[in-house]
Design a protein around this ligand. Structure first.
Ligand code: NI
Length: 206
């Protein structure tokens, strides 16, 4: 685990990963769950998914560069686009250094996020230019979400054409070039704050 992180930071990380993006009519919800510092060490890990070009990938494909990772779904009306645009605004602020970061979007709704729709979604205005979208089978998505301690829940939504929406964690993770957890950003963090934190990480590795 990251020894430079203070225990208080670790606790905050795990607690905040339970902040939910309500992607339907529900207001955002925060669940303050007591947890232990050791849990934070478990944020991130191996995954086996498919990128939006249809290529099977694992976490190893993205090692070598720090990554910004966000779990969400393409049909999310507000929370996901907002967070991905904040990620895009942050990487824009990095200038040339944006190439040193790999932004990754992992769908928690593989049923609707087909490769075609995922590829299109990744081109949305304001998203990071080099973002890659990942999907997979329900089992693969479940396993990846579990590695990142992402909460997700299918919720009935009569107003949606598909009849459901997804509640999910609204967190951008910063992972280092070895795939280890560095930091996280919630909806409270501005693009400038994210860019500053990422810049520090790129310069110092911390
Ligand atoms: Ni969402």
């Amino acid at each position: 685990m990251r020894l430079f992180l203070k225990p208080a930071v670790l606790t905050a990380a795990v607690t905040t990963t339970l902040m939910l993006g309500a992607c339907g009519q529900n207001p955002p919800e925060v669940r303050d769950v007591k947890t232990t510092t050791t849990d934070a060490a478990a944020v991130g890990g191996p995954f086996s998914l498919i990128d939006h070009m249809g290529k099977p990938v694992t976490e190893r494909n993205y090692l070598g560069k720090p990554q910004l990772i966000y779990f969400g779904f393409g049909f999310c009306p507000d929370v996901c686009p907002t967070s991905l645009q904040r990620m895009g605004a942050a990487t824009d602020m990095l200038g040339r250094r944006a190439q040193d970061i790999q932004p990754i979007f992992i769908t928690i709704d593989p049923e609707r996020d087909t490769l075609e729709s995922l590829a299109l979604y990744m081109t949305a205005n304001g998203f990071p230019e080099n973002i890659v979208g990942l999907t997979g089978s329900s089992e693969q998505i479940d396993a990846a979400a579990k590695e990142f301690r992402v909460y997700k829940k299918r919720v009935d939504d009569p107003e949606s054409a598909a009849g459901y929406t997804m509640d999910h964690t609204d967190i951008i993770y910063l992972m280092d070039k070895n795939g280890l957890f560095v930091d996280f950003f919630s909806g409270d963090n501005t693009p400038a704050e994210i860019a500053e934190r990422v810049t520090t990480h790129l310069k110092t590795g911390k």
